[in-house]
Design a protein around this ligand. Structure first.
Ligand code: NAD
Length: 342
């Protein structure tokens, strides 16, 4: 059996990545859509053969509770809307996948986790890289100390954000700038390569070269983590420069992905030669991985759940605080450090 997925929000990621990927999945299929735009509903209905009874808008969405075709609701809305739709989906008795960042505040992340727990449904984050072979190899090399203990990680992710009117530049909708959008991959990357949770953070805002465009959110940001083993990391995120790298220097060698976080193909190298892995569609392996676990009646691995999303959002907030205060934030003192899920 294939689980039926309903996509909520038919923007760029749903249209160009998730729906095409759902044509390649083995354990799930595109069963329904939730959209506020009738013309999109019509176009998707034709293109993907979606029956009328599986098409919802934001008002009648809760009726999805009565629809046995839909097993999983996948929330692909602007960041500030994730919480409401995850909670409504859980209350409707559906498992939920939610895009990153899980939410724009730690409290909202917790509310989503609690709502899913209460409904006895599972919550996964759209962390597609957690099922991607090059990334899994980086996790293995780092966590299993294949080149010795990791001493330094450089993890950076940025791109040139075009449209000056997009929600990504509005603080209320995005929760922040590039840090919330793609810097989160660098935060997650440091954690999965080392298998450790950061214990302190320092951070700096870069200059605003276009103060009008970046009126509400940062344009560029830098931050540094210390990890319990003594390893350190340095990261950059930006909406003005393309940067995409995950590099780890260990006692006896180095390994890296460049590009490291985009839709692929990713490319890997080490001090001993290239990383060879199959090239996959990230979104297909992610949704298949999550849905196979659900079909088997198993618990999702901790590093793909809402708790993992919360860990990252908590660190994003700490990075902002460090940059705003200019001070090093001791995450242990703030009671921030959780057990590593890796
Ligand atoms: P998008 O702007 O292309 O799409 C957002 C959708 O939300 C649109 O269909 C829009 O109509 C709808 N929407 C509903 N109410 C809205 C409102 N009040 N204001 C604005 N839009 C509204 O954005 P996207 O790039 O598809 O991103 C959606 C989510 O997916 C974000 O959380 C983003 O971080 C995430 N995302 C994840 C990845 C990934 O690789 N995992 C990639 C891209 C985006």
């Amino acid at each position: 059996r294939k689980l039926g997925i309903a996509l909520v929000g038919l923007g760029s990621y749903s249209t160009n990545q998730l729906a095409p990927a759902l044509q390649k999945t083995q354990h799930c299929r595109l069963a329904g859509i939730v959209t506020g735009t009738p013309s999109k509903a019509e176009a998707w209905k034709q293109k993907y053969n979606i029956p009328d009874k599986n098409i919802y808008n934001y008002q009648n969405f809760d009726r999805i509770a009565d629809n046995p075709d839909i097993d999983v609701v996948y929330v692909v809305l602007p960041n500030n809307m994730h919480t409401e739709y995850v909670i409504r989906a859980a209350r409707a008795g559906k498992h939920v996948i939610c895009e990153k960042p899980l939410a724009i505040t730690v409290k909202e992340c917790q509310d989503m986790i609690d709502a899913c727990k209460k409904a006895n449904r599972q919550l996964a984050v759209g962390y597609r890289l957690h099922y991607e072979p090059f990334t899994l190899e980086m996790m293995r090399l780092g966590q299993q100390k294949v080149f010795g203990a990791v001493k330094f990680v450089e993890a950076s992710d940025g791109f040139k954000a075009g449209d000056p009117n997009q929600w990504r530049l509005k603080k209320a909708m995005a929760g922040g700038g590039p840090l919330m959008d793609v810097g989160i991959y660098a935060v997650n990357g440091v954690r999965y390569v080392t298998g450790e949770e950061p214990i302190s953070v320092t951070a700096q805002f870069g200059p605003k070269t276009n103060p009008q465009k970046f009126k509400e959110v940062e344009e560029t940001m830098f931050w540094q983590f210390e990890l319990p083993s003594g390893a350190v990391s340095n990261s950059t995120t930006s909406y003005s420069a393309g940067v995409e790298r995950l590099y780890a220097a260990a006692e006896n060698g180095w390994f890296e992905l460049r590009p490291a976080f985009g839709y692929g193909p990713l490319k890997g190298n080490t001090s001993k030669g290239p990383i060879e892995q199959p090239i996959v569609t990230h979104q297909a392996v992610h949704m298949d991985g999550v849905c196979k676990t659900l079909l088997d009646g198993q618990k999702l691995p901790d590093h793909i759940t809402g708790e993992e999303g919360l860990r990252d959002v908590r660190l994003l907030q700490a990075i902002y605080r460090a940059a705003e205060t200019g001070r090093k934030i001791d995450l242990k003192e703030s009671g921030f450090v959780s057990k590593s899920p890796y």
